[in-house]
Design a binder for this molecule. Structure first.
Ligand SMILES: Nc1ncnc2c1ncn2[C@@H]1O[C@H](COP(=O)(O)OP(=O)(O)OP(=O)(O)O)[C@@H](O)[C@H]1O
Length: 251
């Protein structure tokens, strides 16, 4: 059961690949409108955690709830939860043979069964939201990485998700393109979208996160507000990790 004010609850998630324990008991609650940013060294299970939340990966133990409903063990209802828990990946995963607007509207037609005119209208509205309406008729190969990522964000938004999971959405992009994607994410945060973001963009974490979660060895080692983690993380490894990013102090 998810308590008052929380829309997503992650309870004691464990995941092993072979003998390797990638997640060793991860739990947290997410409030509506909150942005949580996950940081930590490579290979510490951050992506696996996001994938367990929307069941792209099956956790070995633990449960995930959206509102009062269990996402884990939800059988055929997982397709409903995947609409409500959107995901944006590092590599966009757009269909190369479809234009930007077709990429956004395809799930509206196939999954939501909207009529074509309404689907087109909604797809264009979502492209407008991410500043991509002028590129609606372009194919992914004609877009920059930042533009392609904005289309993939529009595609997630089109499902009217309750939460969006972002898995290193800018790590395939150079700094200029990174900035335009982060600006879109900042706007979504300001508009009240609930977001879980795995990123190494520390200045984004500092300016947008309600909470930063430092993960290492498959566990949450420390969590707190950006100010708490900036001014005095209790855990030495958090200090060392954050200290290795010079941009954390930038606004
Ligand atoms: N499908 C899989 N099969 C086997 N091992 C996997 C699989 N997916 C992830 N792993 C392993 O699980 C560990 C955690 O990976 P994960 O991608 O979750 O970490 P991460 O913290 O997101 O790292 P990064 O920042 O490098 O993406 C890694 O050692 C990875 O090799």
């Amino acid at each position: 059961m998810v308590s008052d004010g929380c829309i997503l609850r992650v309870e004691d998630i464990h995941k092993k690949y072979g003998e390797r324990e990638v997640l060793r008991g991860v739990s947290f609650d997410v409030k509506k409108g909150e942005t949580k940013v996950f940081i930590g060294p490579s290979g510490t299970g951050k992506s696996t955690l996001l994938r367990c939340i929307n069941q792209l990966t099956d956790p070995d133990e633990g449960r995930v709830f959206l509102h009062d409903e269990e996402v884990t063990h939800s059988g055929a209802r997982i397709n409903y939860f995947r609409q409500k828990i959107g995901m944006v990946f590092q590599n966009f995963y757009l269909f190369d043979h479809l234009t930007a607007v077709r990429n956004v509207e395809i799930a509206l037609l196939k999954v939501k069964k909207m009529d074509p005119a309404a689907a087109r209208e909604k797809a264009l509205a979502e492209l407008r939201r991410v500043g991509m309406e002028d590129w609606a008729e372009n194919y992914p190969a004609e877009l920059s990485g930042g533009q392609a990522q904005r289309v993939s964000i529009a595609r997630a938004l089109a499902m009217d998700p309750d939460v969006i999971l972002f898995d290193e959405p800018t790590s395939a992009l150079d700094p200029e393109l990174t900035r335009e994607v982060l600006e879109v994410m900042k706007t979504l945060a300001r508009q009240g979208m609930t977001m879980l973001v795995v990123t190494h963009e520390m200045s984004f974490a500092r300016s947008v996160a309600n909470e930063i979660i430092f993960m290492e060895h498959g566990k949450i080692q420390e969590q707190g507000s950006p100010d708490d983690l900036m001014t005095g993380p209790a855990f030495t490894r958090t200090r060392e990790f954050i200290g290795s990013f010079q941009d954390f102090g930038e606004q």
